[in-house]
Design a binder for this molecule. Sequence first.
Ligand code: GLA
Length: 378
Amino acid sequence: MLTKQAIDAFTALTGSAPAGVWAAPGRINLIGEHTDYNDGFVLPFALPQAAYVAAAPRADGRWRFRSVDLDETVEIGGAELLPGTPGWHSYLAGVVWALRQAGHTVGGADLVLTSDVPLGAGLSSSAAIECAALAALAELNSLDIDPMDRAKLARVAENAYVGAPTGLLDQAASTLCVADHALFLDCRTLDTRQVPLAVTAAGLEILVVDTRTRHSHVDGEYASRRASCEEACRILGIPALRDVTDLAAALDVLPEEVGRRVRHVVTEDERVLAAVEALSAGDHAELGRLMTASHASMRDDYEITETSVDLAVETACAAGALGARMTGGGFGGCVLALVRSDQVEAVTTAVRAAFAGAGVAEPVTFLGRPSAGARRLV
Ligand code: GLA
């Protein structure tokens, strides 16, 4: 449906059909939070929800970006590709800029965007746009860029153009994930492995609870967590927290709060490796236990949760989920719960009742089925 919407909007804008439509998904991180910028491990999977870009080249060397959802159109030339330019179109313009910075020739184009990835929910709506635009522009310009390099370029757009100092997790997930799998990514070596995550076949579902809580100070908190990790590396004399080999010894020399941040990152890396083992062994009870332990670590050590996500996790677990945790950068957003298929309704009902009882706005719930990464649709 969104494919048709993108095509129709493109045709209305330009008077002709697009050369193609490309899509890239939002993601859920199964486990491995705030480990990507510490050279650690992550284990995301792609959502069915995606950003769609209908595109075609233009002859005048300019770029026109249209958002169907916002009903806005912006047109710029090469001189207006300026990092830090605010606005929704920076996610698209940033990709043009990142490609050109890397030495690629990118001709002018019309790009029409629509997306059903919830905004600000910690599901990587921005990476989905960047990765869809990258897929479109790479193909329109016949650029031979392998998937990991595409993810890296999309991250450059996010970091240097949009100005958000994120790691590689979101763009790698949006580009590299395949259906029915989670993507194991070593953020130091950039080695990847597709780990089967056929939850439905195992009689399970990943229930996503979007708490719809969004905090305006998220960017500052994210930067401050990164700063604590860098401070710890300076004190410990190591390049990245990946290099902590003796956690107890590290905690002895670090200030208390910085030590707790480090403990989260180091133990989270261990949990990602254990989660890959658990999945390979079909041990979903262990996977659930690791998810809940990850949440506790984010809550107590990294201090990036807040009351509604904590409530969702506690309630889901009490109602029979095998495990639950917040996903994404933190301070609200989504919780995922690993639930037996026959308990989805009970867990959903319990979470809704708990939210109503606590006077928290009604959450949005849906099933997170591991889906395909960036691709051409038409
Ligand atoms: C955000 C960032 C990612 C990652 C997560 C936390 O989603 O974009 O790079 O750091 O937070 O795991």
